[in-house]
Design a protein around this ligand. Structure first.
Ligand SMILES: *Cc1c(COP(=O)(O)O)cnc(C)c1O
Length: 427
């Protein structure tokens, strides 16, 4: 599969049926797996043989789909998780513990911000948030002796900032830690962070990868590039024996290509049990089969909608990295030459009242907290996800009261623009 383009990998990577076997990946709807002897099973528990024993840790359907995502990102190993939240938590907690510190871009998904700033803080893991536009000096100054990871989003949800992956990777590596990039919005079709120096990639597969709004899920992919043993003192969980797994040292036994995902599976999945259901993995794979066909259409619609809005008198501002003049246009040209995603945000003139009226008048675009599926949807953060904030707090957070986030689906762009035009007319 490695010789094929990403388009072909979307369709066929991860699973090659043998003679007479099912063409579509089978759903292994089984919690448990049968063995002839206890010795056979013992080898699995010792990680001496690979195989399945209990779906809380691993399931064959999930592994086929994870293998496809690993192929798409150009990684060496991957695991599915129950949600994007679980993916980001596992990716960080696999190398952080009480007393560790994370450097994170401040421009990230709200759920991930809470995870890092509130919940992981309660576990004794500290964070320094820095602007995605931080200079090299500011970036380097954020590191501490106990820093264990750098985190950012390729295209941030919902701010639509674009991460300078090379710059963040360089700073991370200068301090002997990996860069973890949440690549949910562009998907590997539009950006492969490993090619720019990232070490670990995470996904909320709930978004474009599924693409139809049917299954919550997540994924972690390892590039296999990070040399854990070279920084052994920082990552004892990977470089010293795991007493809960018969004294295995993951980085020795599985090497840089396999250590991270093997530890996350055999330790974190075992203990936290956030596996994706095999049924959801099956749905996810259906989405992946058309990801390379859908992403260009999401981008085409996002670009057309952004350009229409940018020229509309009732629209004060448009954020879309593909729009010439956008703050992130140049960076997007570098990292996202085929475009980023279908999510556009914009501020209507007239604030909260105008935004509410505008959204009420939309006919095709539904009001949802979701993004990134086939059907266009929109949201006014000031009256929904951020409704506890005052107008001034909203401005300070970069989410003015009149801001609308729109996720352009797969409909015809002419129909989407006509819908926007008639709704804007009424405010
Ligand atoms: C939605 C989202 C998440 C969280 O994913 P869930 O599947 O909802 O848990 C994480 N990161 C980004 C960028 C997202 O858009």
């Amino acid at each position: 599969m490695s010789d094929y383009t990403i388009n072909t990998k979307c369709v066929q990577a991860g699973y090659t049926p043998g003679n007479g076997e099912p063409r579509q990946i089978p759903i292994y709807q089984s919690t448990t797996f049968k063995y002839n002897t206890s010795e056979d099973m013992g080898k699995l528990f010792d990680l001496e043989a690979s195989g399945y024993f209990y779906t809380r840790l691993q399931n064959p359907t999930n592994d086929l789909v994870a293998a496809k995502i690993a192929a798409l990102e150009g990684g060496t190993a991957a695991m599915l998780t129950s949600s994007g939240q679980a993916a980001n938590f596992f990716a960080l907690f696999n190398i952080c513990e009480c007393g560790s510190h994370i450097v994170s871009s401040s421009s990230i998904y709200g759920g991930t911000f809470n995870l890092i700033a509130v919940t992981m803080k309660k576990m004794g893991i500290d964070v320094t948030f820095i602007s995605p536009d931080a200079s090299e000096e500011e970036l380097n100054a954020a590191f501490q002796e106990n820093t264990r990871a750098v985190f950012g989003e390729t295209i941030a949800n919902p701010a639509l900032t674009v991460l300078d992956i090379e710059k963040f990777a360089k700073a991370a590596h200068a301090h002997g830690v990996p860069l973890i990039v949440d690549n949910t919005f562009p998907t590997p079709v539009n950006c492969r962070p490993f090619e720019w120096g990232a070490d670990i990639v995470t996904h909320s597969t709930t978004k474009y990868m599924d693409g139809h709004g049917v299954a919550v899920g997540g994924c972690i992919v390892d590039s296999g590039h990070f040399d854990w043993m070279a920084h052994a003192d920082k990552f004892p969980g990977l470089t010293t024996p795991d007493e809960s797994y018969h004294g295995i040292t993951y980085a020795e036994k599985f090497g840089n290509a396999g250590a991270f995902i093997t530890k996350a599976t055999s330790q974190l999945m075992r203990d936290f049990g956030s596996i994706q259901s095999p049924q959801n993995a099956f749905y996810l794979n259906l989405g992946l089969e058309s990801l390379h066909v859908r992403m260009p259409r999401h981008v085409e619609n996002g670009q057309a909608v952004a350009e229409f809005l940018a020229n509309h008198p009732k629209v004060a501002k448009v954020n879309y990295p593909g729009l010439p003049g956008d703050k992130y246009y140049d960076r997007a040209q570098k990292y996202l030459p085929q475009g980023g995603c279908g999510v556009v945000s914009f501020e209507v003139e007239g604030g909260r009242e105008a935004a509410l009226k505008f959204m009420k008048e939309l006919k095709l675009a539904a009001i949802e907290t979701h993004v990134a599926d086939a059907r266009t949807c929109c949201l006014n953060p000031a009256t929904s996800t951020h409704r506890q904030l005052t107008d001034q707090q909203l401005i300070d957070a970069g989410i003015p009261a009149g801001l609308v986030r729109m996720s352009c689906g797969l409909e015809d762009k002419a129909d989407l623009i006509a819908d926007l035009a008639q709704a804007l007319e009424k405010i």
